[in-house]
Design a protein around this ligand. Structure first.
Ligand SMILES: NC(=O)c1ccc[n+]([C@@H]2O[C@H](COP(=O)([O-])OP(=O)(O)OC[C@H]3O[C@@H](n4cnc5c(N)ncnc54)[C@H](OP(=O)(O)O)[C@@H]3O)[C@@H](O)[C@H]2O)c1
Length: 376
């Protein structure tokens, strides 16, 4: 059965793969685009990723604008959408409370209102930190009573991106509960490249980590031997997202998209370093010390990272049994994360390093849309 879908964030990394997957399955996909004149470019990318470009259409709009900046005609067209996938977000470190709230929280609220009003199922992307309840309590959020949260204090502690994603989650749940809308939330770990091609976009956190390793900016392993950066491949994530959207048992449910076989960070860096012939760091540097170093702006610039990125490196383990059962029910097979990591490392080395970062040539087509995200 083919349906109409509305996707926000469809030009981004996860979004491109989701649009390719949905259109390949025969669904008509309308993508919210700040620059709809780039539809041809998006269609080319969707086709390269295995999708059906002819099934992809642009809807001009912006998460930051009132009622998403949709025209009356587009609003009417979107009523045909059975599923709304909300992936759009300003994904960067160093965002102010105002910036990140405007796009990530208010934008999510607007998308939820639209989905509820037109009775579309909402599939929303959260983040795996929402499944780390000890972390939430540490930063002042009681997941049972989020309305008591002092949000500006949370923004000060963890930065605009993470805080706005957390606030957006609870704000969206509240809208959908008040409007009696149907919603499923998928919480991804840090996203790894495609398990068969390694395809990833340049602005992704994992691509930045690999680039820093290749460029010799990672002299030590952040954290202790117990620390890890949980990952999920983009193709497994997209299959879970699409399956959730068509499974009525998932209404009102949340799913954690995380590969618990992701190695500890030191081994992860060794996996990445191996195919590139670079030396991985061996010694650990505590996160506390790294945070102190990174609070000095020239050091943060030199190391090309931010304190905000360190929060995603942790020792907590997660229960993914429910996800495993869901994937099994839908015949979704989890790819080998170590192989995916090595392919991602090779893809980043070949396509996503700036001049001087690699001796290799800049790529042809595959990086076209990818590199754009970083440069904006
Ligand atoms: N990647 C990860 O490791 C990861 C992990 C956990 C959760 N997530 C979540 O997954 C979602 C997608 O992430 P991603 O990695 O695919 O991000 P991405 O590559 O940075 O893409 C972000 C998308 O959001 C769109 N966007 C940004 N601001 C917008 C605005 N004002 N109006 C309309 N669209 C706007 C961008 O459109 P333009 O083309 O116009 O810029 C782009 O399509 C986000 O919600 C993110 O928080 C990601």
């Amino acid at each position: 059965m083919s349906v109409e879908c509305f996707v926000t964030g469809g030009t981004g990394f996860i979004g491109q793969h989701l649009v390719a997957h949905l259109s390949a399955q025969g669904h008509k996909v309308r993508v919210l685009m700040r620059r709809p004149e780039r539809l041809a470019e998006l269609r080319e990318q969707v086709a390269r990723l295995g999708g059906n470009a002819a099934q992809v259409f642009a809807v001009a709009g912006d998460l930051e604008r009132s009622e998403l900046g949709l025209s009356v005609a587009d609003r009417a067209r979107l009523r045909q959408a059975s599923i709304v996938f909300h992936l759009g977000a300003q994904f960067a470190w160093g965002l102010s409370l105002q910036q990140s709230r405007a796009v990530n929280v208010e934008g999510a609220r607007q998308v939820a209102l639209l989905a509820a009003e037109q009775k579309s199922r909402l599939v929303m992307i959260g983040g795996y930190m929402l499944k780390n309840h000890a972390h939430l309590r540490n930063i002042g959020i009681d997941p049972q009573r989020p309305q008591l949260t002092d949000w500006p204090a949370v923004y000060r502690q963890v930065g605009g991106y993470e805080a706005s994603k957390l606030e957006a989650h609870f704000a969206t749940l509240q809208v959908m509960s008040a409007q009696r809308g149907e919603m499923t939330v998928v919480h991804p770990a840090t996203v790894c490249g495609h398990s068969r091609t390694g395809h990833i976009l340049e602005g992704q956190p994992l691509a930045a980590l690999i680039r820093n390793l290749v460029q010799g900016k990672l002299a030590a392993v952040p954290g202790s031997p117990e620390h890890w950066l949980p990952l999920v491949t983009v193709d497994y994530l997209v299959e879970l997202l699409a399956a959730c959207a068509f499974d009525d048992a998932m209404i009102g449910q949340e799913l954690l998209a995380l590969d618990e076989r992701t190695p500890h960070l030191r081994e992860l860096l060794a996996q990445v370093a191996h195919p590139l012939g670079v030396k991985p760091p061996k010694h650990h540097l505590s996160l506390r010390l790294m945070k102190i170093l990174l609070s000095v702006p020239p050091i943060a610039r030199l190391l090309n990272t931010s304190v905000e990125a360190l929060d995603f490196i942790q020792t907590t383990r997660f229960d993914t049994a429910a996800t495993g059962q869901f994937a099994g029910r839908h015949g979704i097979v989890k790819p080998d994360i170590r192989e995916a990591l090595q392919l991602t490392a090779m893809f980043v080395n070949a396509h996503c390093l700036g001049k001087g970062g690699s001796t290799r040539q800049q790529p042809p087509v595959l990086c076209k849309l990818s590199c754009r995200v970083r440069r904006q």
